[in-house]
Design a protein around this ligand. Structure first.
Ligand code: PMP
Length: 407
């Protein structure tokens, strides 16, 4: 693979050099959050050493350079997802806040009693609960695209869910619990043929798959910095200008206003209308360095490397006695969820941790997915670009050992 020097990449991530429980760390919980390369860590230190100052306010030098750096992130995020305008990029705390902005500022004014919102059976809680809260408030209803036993959404039922009351589709690009990659472009086309806008949760997509919001023609797109090798506490809401312009602000406060008197306030323009208060400046600035990092390696190279890792891990784990995969979609990205009948996922996780191997166990903030498969949770291996086949071999050996102890 061109540009893909795994040893060089691993050397960029200082934490991969540490030990856990006396063993070299093997980190397979990348769906929860990724580790950070030194390029991002250095940028965080550099921000405080060299430019700490509030943004969008000061006349003085430091405020100007921090504001400029913050706005560089907006333009890099714009280029990263191929948005048409930089003011279509709203800098948020993360995916959760991005979805809540849409539920509040698009949902409240434009979705009313008996209207319908389509979501899918594989959503993360953050793409379920904000819509339920809206339904409680407005009397609208959720329609749920069902999922089959392979963990794929039923596209025929999806087409039939539309009615003249459908106001929005909110669906994840990639499932964090199963790894399913949904045919989001086709799904957007179907929604648009009914005149319905679409929000795509890109939290598990942008670090694995190149995204072009204009080619997708998606109306809203959300993602988090911390899952794409960037800092925590920052993410992006992309929205089409036309939609964002007709939405009211999210929170009231500094930065989101043009003029304030006690009688009346006029709101700032995009994107600041949705960015009240002092943002997470450090994270906002340093997200640009994570985007640079991804771009320098290239999402195409990352994708093909991770695909080969996923295939290898699937093959190796399927040879372990008792392992039953949950979700076996044809198009998958970097996630393997499995159970071993008669063994609790948590117990497997604890033993693997003793071996220095970090996996996630539980419902992965997607309880409806677990309910459908009638399990309390899974063991989840979620891969990143710095994982290796050797690490998968160690995992498989550790898992065999764990099962010998537990069975
Ligand atoms: N959606 C998906 C698919 C996710 O995996 C996550 C994080 N696990 C979120 C949304 C929420 O992201 P955050 O916690 O960064 O706001």
């Amino acid at each position: 693979l061109e540009n893909f020097d795994i040893q060089k990449i691993r050397a960029d991530f200082p934490i991969l050099g540490r030990q856990v429980n006396g063993k070299p760390l093997i980190y397979f919980d990348n769906g929860a959050t990724t580790q950070k390369p030194k390029q991002v860590i250095d940028a965080i230190v550099n921000y405080y050493v060299d430019m700490n100052s509030n943004v969008h306010r000061g006349v003085h030098y430091l405020s100007q350079i921090s504001t400029d750096a913050f706005e560089v992130t907006r333009r890099k995020a714009q280029a990263f997802i191929h948005a048409k305008h930089d003011h279509e990029i709203i800098i948020t705390k993360g995916t959760t806040e991005a979805i809540n902005i849409v539920a509040t500022c698009y949902g409240r004014p434009f979705i009313g009693k008996d209207d319908e919102i389509i979501i899918s059976a594989m959503e993360h809680h953050s793409n379920i609960v904000p819509w339920q809260m809206l339904c409680d408030e407005k009397g609208c209803k959720l329609r749920v695209i069902p999922m089959d036993e392979r963990g794929e959404l039923d596209q025929n039922v999806y087409r039939q869910l539309f009615s003249e009351r459908t106001r929005l589709v909110a669906c994840t690009y990639v499932s964090n619990a199963l790894g399913t990659v949904n045919p989001i472009k086709d799904m957007i086309e179907v929604a648009h043929s009914h005149g319905v806008p679409v929000l795509v949760d890109g939290a598990q997509a942008v670090q694995h798959i190149a995204v072009d919001v204009q080619a997708l023609d998606v109306d809203f797109f959300a993602f988090s910095g911390h899952k794409m090798y960037g800092p925590t506490g920052v993410g992006v809401l992309y929205g089409k200008e036309e939609l964002l312009n007709k939405m009211p602000p999210y929170q009231g406060g500094g930065d989101m206003i043009k003029e304030v008197t006690f009688e009346k306030t006029t709101y700032n323009e995009l994107p600041f209308k949705f960015e009240a208060g002092t943002p997470n400046i450090e994270a906002g600035i340093c997200l640009a360095h994570a985007i640079d990092y991804l771009n320098n390696i290239g999402l195409e190279s990352i994708r093909s490397y991770e695909e080969s890792l996923l295939a290898y891990a699937t093959e190796q784990l399927s040879a372990v006695d008792g392992v039953r995969f949950i979700g076996m979609a044809t198009h998958k990205s970097s996630v393997i969820s499995f159970v071993v009948d008669g063994v609790h996922p948590y117990d497997i996780g604890v033993i693997l941790d003793k071996l220095g191997i970090a996996v996630r166990t539980g419902h992965h903030c997607a309880q409806p997915v677990m309910d459908q498969f009638q399990i309390p949770g899974t063991v989840r291996i979620s891969l990143a670009m710095y994982n290796t086949k050797e690490e998968i071999d160690t995992l498989v050996a550790g898992l065999k050992r764990a099962l010998q102890m537990l069975k």
